[in-house]
Design a protein around this ligand. Sequence first.
Ligand code: PMP
Length: 398
Amino acid sequence: MIPPSARPLPAIAQRAQRLRTSAIHDLLQLANRADVVSLAGGLPDAASFPADALREASDRVLREQSHAALQYGPTEGIAPLRAWVAAHLRAQGMDFTPDQVLITSGSQQGLDLLGKVLIDPGSRVVVERPSYLGALQAFTLYAPEFVGIEADVSGPLPEALAAALPGARMAYLQPRFSNPAGRSIAPERADALAALLRAADAWLVEDDPYGELWFGAPPAPGLIARGVPQGVHLGTFSKMLAPGLRLGWVAGPQGLIDKLVQAKQAADLHTASFNQMLVAEVLRAGVIERGLPVLRRIYRERRDAMLSALDANMPEGIAWTKPDGGLFVWVTLPPQLDAAALLPQAIARGVAYVPGETFNVGAPARNTLRLSYSTVDAPTIRGAVARLAALIHETMRH
Ligand code: PMP
C-alpha cells in the first residue's frame, strides 16, 4: 500500500493554481529578526490601538447587548454602523444611503467580493502602476486581464486611462495616500479622471483606507465625490482603529450592493456581530475623533524623519515620493539597479523594504521599492535609512 504522504492529491481548481506565494514574501521572512529594522510591513502602529477604550466598550456590549452581540446577524451589517459609514462618506461629498453600505470583514473582503461579482475570466481590469498588491491578488483569482496605467506625481495619467477604458469592466484606483506609492490624485487630475469614468461603461472602484491619516490639511475628495454614478467606495476601520477587528465597508449603487450582499452571504453569512457592536459603541463614545489627531501626529513625525533621512543620505539620482498622509514612501533607484537583488544585502545590514516589482502589472519596474514609516520610531528610521542609503551608494559606485 502507498503510504498516505506519498499519495498524489486529487486535483484542485484551475483558479487556485493562480495563487502563489511570491519569492519576495519568502525573502522577507529573512527580515523577521530582532536585528533587522523592517521598513517593509505596512502595519499600523500597535502602541496606538485604543485597547482600554475597546475593553470598556466590550464590557458594556456584553453587559447590555450580549444576545445580539453573540448571535448571528444581518449579512448587510448592523444598522448603527451602516448609518455611521453613510454619514462619514456624506461628509466627504459622497452620497450613499445606509442601505447602500455593506459592512465587510475588512476592505480586503470587499475586494474579493467585487472580484466575484464583477470579474469574468478575461474581463479587463484597469489598475494604476504601482497598485495595492492585495487587490491584485484578490482580483487575480477571477482571471481578469489587467491593464496597468502609468502615473506621475499628480496621479494616473488621463491619456493612459482614456486608452485603457474602452471595453474595460472596472478601474481600481486609490485617490489618497496610496499603497504603495504614497501618492494622492491632485484635484484637477481627479476632475479629468472622473470625467473619463463618467463617460465610460466601466465600474470605478475607489479604495481609500488612508484618507483620514493626513498630515497637513484634509485631502481633496476622490473621484466618486466629483460625480461618477457607477463609483464603488471601499473603506476600513483598520487604519483608524485596529486591523485585527477586521471591519471594513463597501458603498455603491443599490443594484450592485444587493449582489454583493448575496455573495457575502455565501462567503461568511455576515461580519462578526460582536466586533461590529464593539466598534459602534466606540464610535458613539468618540474614540475615533479623539484618536485620529494622535495618529496623524505620530505618523507625521515618522514621515518627517524618513524624508529628512532620505534627503540627508541618499546619493544623486534617487527619487522618492513625499506623502502628505498615509504610511508609505516610494523610492525610484537608477534604472540599472534591481531592488529585489539588493534586498538580501540590505537585510544583512539590518534594514528591510519591499521591492517594487510585486506591485506592478505589466513591466516590473525593478528599480523601485516601498518604504513604510508606520511601525518604527523616528531615531530608528533615521538609522535604517542611512544604512540603506550607504548600500545603494556603494552599489552605484560598482
Ligand atoms: N486596500 C489597501 C490599499 C490597503 O493598503 C489595505 C491594507 N493594507 C487594504 C485595502 C485592506 O485593508 P483591511 O482589509 O484591513 O480593511
